[in-house]
Write a protein of this length. Structure first.
Length: 323
């Protein structure tokens, strides 16, 4: 029986390194006033440190608990760990040098660094594709958490793939090449007004948003299912896992719709803080549709008999059950 505390060690090593990297970046933010493209030079590596930390811990646990494909997934996870270390090391190095890490082809050295990052990102994506397939063999104690992990893995893979939308040179870059080929922002050059720390543009479209939202479905959807399981032990309408499963289906549909919406909004050059037209109405439709569907699921859900409810309360948590 696999212990709940089993982990994929190379990925947990990455997570430990990201904790150190986070501290370094926080210190950098306090003592280094330099900026790159309008953002504090250490803000970008800080964001990557936290994101990679979450990614590594999540896959470290999932890979260690696979009932099948564990060996291939373990190898893929080790390759992922190496690719993440390379990626973050180059981002930290660029920050220390006070220059941009992504899209920079201004010198032979910068081009070599960007090419190395592009290769590591591609390897990371391919290996994540393999671990995502393996995740479909994972069965957690409840159907709701199992679906949340599988759906979260698929949406996260799609979110990771959206990063490739940023890698092509813009028309402005083609007309007046300045050593940068690719951009986060759509409609305006990178470096304009943005949200604090995140840097997401407040005046144009920003492709980092769907990339970020999509990638972290693997954390947010399972967390939603876990919270539903906790609520089900205290609130009778959620005691039946079939009700929780339907709520996870609703949440998955809303989440996927949100990723699609913010992707097209970014491609249209519209700021996330000033939605209008179809994107404003689409946001309201997703929000209200999700709330209404969730309420209907709860109201029409099957009420468990007393002995079923007691058994549900005795069932182990998804994160507390050994295999």
């Amino acid at each position: 029986m696999k212990s709940v505390f089993a982990w994929h060690r190379p990925l947990m090593t990455v997570a430990t390194l990201m904790l150190v990297s986070t501290v370094v970046c926080l210190v950098g933010l306090l003592v280094d006033p330099r900026q790159v493209t309008g953002l504090d030079v250490w803000a970008k590596p800080l964001k990557f440190s936290i994101s990679i930390l979450l990614y590594s811990v999540t896959w470290a646990w999932l890979i260690a608990h696979l009932p099948r494909w564990r060996r291939p997934a373990h190898i893929a996870g080790t390759v992922i760990a190496f690719a993440l270390i390379v990626e973050q090391a180059l981002i930290l190095g660029a920050a220390a040098a006070g220059t941009t890490s992504h899209f920079n082809v201004s010198t032979p050295l910068a081009t070599a660094i960007w090419a190395t990052m592009a290769v590591s990102i591609t390897v990371l994506y391919v290996c994540t594709f393999l671990t995502t397939i393996a995740a479909f063999f994972l069965r957690l104690p409840t159907a709701s958490t199992t679906l949340a992990v599988r759906a979260g893995a698929v949406i996260a893979l799609a979110g990771m793939g959206l990063a490739y939308l940023m890698t092509g040179p813009t028309s402005q870059q083609l007309d007046d090449f300045q050593g940068i080929a690719g951009a986060h922002t759509v409609g305006l050059p990178d470096g304009g007004p943005g949200l604090p720390l995140l840097g997401w543009s407040t005046v144009a479209g920003d492709l980092r948003i769907p990339h970020f939202v999509g990638m972290h479905a693997l954390q947010l959807l399972p967390l939603f299912a876990i919270l539903l399981g906790w609520a089900g032990r205290h609130w009778r309408p959620l005691a039946d896992d079939r009700v929780r499963l339907r709520l996870v289906i609703v949440a998955t549909a809303v989440y996927a719709g949100t990723v699609a919406l913010v992707t097209f909004q970014a491609l249209a050059g519209q700021s996330i803080v000033r939605p209008s037209g179809v994107y404003l109405w689409g946001g309201w439709a997703l929000t209200l549709g999700g709330v209404i569907a969730g309420v209907l699921v709860i109201l029409t859900g099957r009420r468990p008999r007393p002995h079923e409810q007691s058994a549900s309360r005795r069932a182990p948590d998804p994160v507390g059950a050994g295999r």
